[in-house]
Write a protein that binds this ligand. Structure first.
Ligand SMILES: [Zn+2]
Length: 166
């Protein structure tokens, strides 16, 4: 289910909406994986490029959930090798905020913060590749790393015979 709400905010780990300048941090969207529900901010309706980017990101949270451990690990290895090459930047704020909190000299792939980063990076990369947006202020990862991620996704789609389950 995709739902629209106005003035979407995140407050103490919960999603709130409604008029006025209530408490919480403004967010564009949220996904509830078990309920199979995506909530989008109504303001996105006036910004089609941003809507496509954010909806693609949210849909790939469902893809990530069903990807399976071997493919999730393969993605994490790609990110790990990027970090060893000192890649800076990301393909969206969601991933970038989490990347900034990691210590590249002491990466532990079993930590919650690493797994959160891997997931957000996967969704932001999918949004970069599939939403039609080529340029965006949040796309700060160098082209050669973007190219490697594009290859990884192309392999994934080939491996899954053109279809990704959501
Ligand atoms: Zn996300």
């Amino acid at each position: 289910v995709v739902e629209w709400q106005s003035n979407l905010r995140s407050h103490r780990g919960r999603l709130v909406s409604g008029p006025g300048s209530g408490p919480g941090t403004q967010v564009h969207a949220a996904s509830y994986l078990r309920e199979r529900r995506i909530v989008l901010d109504r303001a996105l309706l006036a910004h089609h490029n941003e809507l496509a980017r954010i909806l693609t990101h949210e849909m790939f949270h469902f893809v990530w959930l069903r990807l399976g451990n071997p493919l999730r690990l393969s993605w994490q290895k790609l990110l790990h090798s990027e970090m060893q090459s000192r890649a800076r930047g990301e393909l969206g704020w969601s991933a970038e905020l989490r990347k900034d909190k990691l210590d590249p000299t002491r990466l532990d792939l079993r930590t919650r913060s690493w797994r959160d980063y891997a997931c957000e990076s996967f969704c932001d990369t999918a949004a970069r590749l599939y939403s039609g947006s080529r340029n965006h202020p949040e796309f700060t990862l160098a082209q050669r790393f973007v190219a490697a991620r594009r290859e990884w996704f192309a392999d994934l789609v080939r491996y899954r015979e053109g279809g990704l389950r959501i």
